[in-house]
Design a protein around this ligand. Structure first.
Ligand code: DGY
Length: 320
């Protein structure tokens, strides 16, 4: 049995495959693999471990219908035609649960960095700008006691809510299709309409999947409904906000600041205007990028591969 792996993964993954007697090929080249190359390699292998790129449509799965498993090295599966895979009998697995804390910590890091202008002030020192500090200068704002609005209060949103209620006694509003009764009980979270969430939150943090429904969900009109003193955080997917409208909202001071771990497209180009804005902080999609979390994600992905090769149901399945 042979597995094709399209990026370099943590060592735990190679060890697990070797212990199971499974051979593997790893694509270590730059640039990343394109679709045709991925199909070519998949044809010579029994399973595919994919750490992002390329997207996979129904035709991809038709051409690779011999695959016994496709293991995504991510929790998100936007860009993957799950129905197409299911039609061709290919089990798809992801890495749920294990990145909740790391991603919530990333959202928190963005909230703090933006609220205290930390990156802007760091860069000011680098330019020799640490002069005599006045009591009215370099002011950010407290998170303690403020209102956090979570759009998509699932597992990652709940971790963030936990951190923000325990440490800062923040009030939690949320907007979901379905009620999250557990979160209501644990954090006193209140389900509200999108308009109420936007109008009342000091921080709006997005934790929903990218779907046809959430694509472009945050544009100029939504930013206009937020408080001029508020922060917009997105650690979910870049396609959920409209970047040009976000830049316009910041320019017009409709909102106070923005923290992004995800952009559209990725990678963001070095000349993007957001990178020059005082009140914007951008990370290169590092939500799950801790040693511990990436090891755990690899463990889940390889467990999915091994189960698929044995003809068993994947432990972390995405297909219905
Ligand atoms: C995921 O797992 O979906 C995260 O975005 C990390 O890539």
């Amino acid at each position: 049995m042979k597995v094709f792996i399209n990026k370099i993964i943590p060592d735990i993954g190679y060890r697990m495959l070797e212990e199971a007697g499974v051979e593997y090929t790893v694509w270590k080249e730059k640039p990343v693999l394109d679709r045709e190359q991925a199909i070519h390699f998949c044809k010579g292998h029994d399973a595919f471990l994919s750490a992002g790129q390329p997207g996979m449509d129904a035709d991809f799965f038709r051409q690779c219908s011999h695959l016994k498993a496709v293991a995504l090295h991510s929790v998100g599966f936007d860009g993957i035609d799950i129905q197409g895979a299911t039609e061709y009998g290919i089990p798809i697995g992801n890495t749920p649960h294990v990145l909740n804390k790391a991603t919530a910590e990333t959202a928190l890091l963005l909230m703090l960095t933006v609220a205290r202008k930390a990156l802007f002030l760091h860069n000011k020192i680098k330019k020799g700008g640490w002069g005599i500090s006045q009591p009215t200068q370099d002011l950010g704002f407290d998170l303690a006691g403020k209102t956090l609005g979570i759009v998509g209060l699932g597992r990652i949103g709940a971790e963030l809510a936990r951190m923000c209620t325990v440490s800062w006694n923040m009030k939690i509003l949320y907007h979901n299709r379905r009620r999250n009764e557990e979160a209501e009980k644990e954090f006193g979270a209140v389900k509200v309409s999108m308009d109420d969430l936007l109008a009342q939150s000091d921080v709006v943090s997005v934790h929903t999947a990218l779907t046809a429904e959430t694509k472009g969900m945050f544009g100029y009109e939504e930013f206009k409904k937020m408080k001029p003193s508020s922060i917009f955080i997105n650690t979910a997917r870049g396609g959920i906000h409209k970047e040009d409208e976000l830049i316009r909202a910041l320019d017009e001071k409709l909102i106070w600041g923005v923290g992004l771990d995800v952009t559209n497209p990725e990678p963001m180009k070095a000349d993007n205007p957001l990178l020059e804005m005082e009140n914007a902080v951008v990370f290169p999609h590092i939500g799950s990028a801790t040693k511990e979390t990436r090891d755990e994600m690899t463990r889940c992905a390889v467990e999915n591969i091994l189960a698929g090769l044995r003809g068993e149901r994947l432990p972390y399945p995405v297909n219905p």
